[in-house]
Ligand binder design. Structure first.
Ligand code: ADP
Length: 239
């Protein structure tokens, strides 16, 4: 498969057309940003760690019946995916209160949220990704009522599957953000699931194993990303 023209370049990934109809190449770059683009850096190898973890999760989800855009890895930085018409929603699932939910609401950091809380933000940099509710989502005609129901159901299923997988690796899945897109009438999970889009805490030490290390300068970001990527993608030991 050949990479063709650039379709889109975002904060951390670039998307390219290919010579194959319906397929795109997503390049995971070494760029890292936080605080609405206010903090920016280039960290060597970061793209490959996020791509590897995303591919591993997409395969695990597919095996368990979740439709994702993932086809295969071309090399450690480039993923071949199904071309989707992206839905501009950031679907966040929270198992433990941390980050913006603690800043904006009277939750104490570390409080378990059971059942998990789904929060949906509008992916719109000009408006700083405001939080939506179901009525606003439908009034903006971003999805149909049936699609909204489906998206929430799949988000909870992704949470269930990844929570269990990470838990077996000694990691707590605190929260994560996913994006969906359509091909025809079918909804697929798109984008990425990586250390940039999840909040992960080590079960034993409570230490951050995700982008919070970069946001709040908690340590050597790339050493953490490398270790976590290896820990997550390590083959499961047979008993
Ligand atoms: P951002 O746009 O938030 O800065 P990225 O740097 O991660 O994000 O850019 C990747 C872009 O590619 C995102 O806008 C995402 O919605 C889009 N995208 C992800 N998966 C697909 C796909 N399968 N088909 C089309 N676009 C996709």
């Amino acid at each position: 498969m050949k990479q063709k023209d650039l379709l889109y370049t975002g904060k951390a990934k670039s998307v390219y057309h290919t010579d194959t109809k319906g397929k795109l190449i997503v390049e995971f770059r070494d760029d890292i940003t936080a605080f609405d683009g206010g903090k920016k850096d280039v960290l060597k190898n970061k793209g490959s760690y996020n791509a590897g973890v995303s591919a591993f999760f997409f395969e695990h989800l597919e095996k368990n019946g979740v439709k994702t855009h993932f086809f295969s890895m071309l090399d450690p930085y480039h993923m071949i995916v199904r071309k989707l018409e992206m839905i501009p929603l950031e679907v966040i699932v929270r198992n433990i209160a941390a980050g913006s939910i603690v800043r904006n609401y009277p939750f104490k950091e570390g409080t378990p949220l059971n059942p998990p809380v789904i929060v949906i933000d509008y992916k719109d940099d000009a408006h700083h990704d405001p939080m939506l509710n179901d009525e606003i989502i439908l009034a903006l005609k971003l999805v149909t009522p049936a699609e909204l129901k489906k998206i929430k159901k799949v988000a909870l299923e992704v949470n269930r599957l990844l929570y269990a997988l990470l838990s077996s690796q000694g990691i707590t899945l605190v929260d994560f953000k996913i994006e969906f897109g359509r091909q025809g009438k079918t909804i697929y999970l798109g984008d990425e699931i990586s250390m940039d889009s999840m909040r992960l805490w080590d079960k034993k030490s409570g230490e951050s194993l995700d982008k919070d290390v970069y946001r709040f300068e908690k340590g050597d970001v790339m050493a953490v990303y490398n270790q976590v990527a290896q820990r997550i993608t390590r083959p499961v030991k047979k008993q």
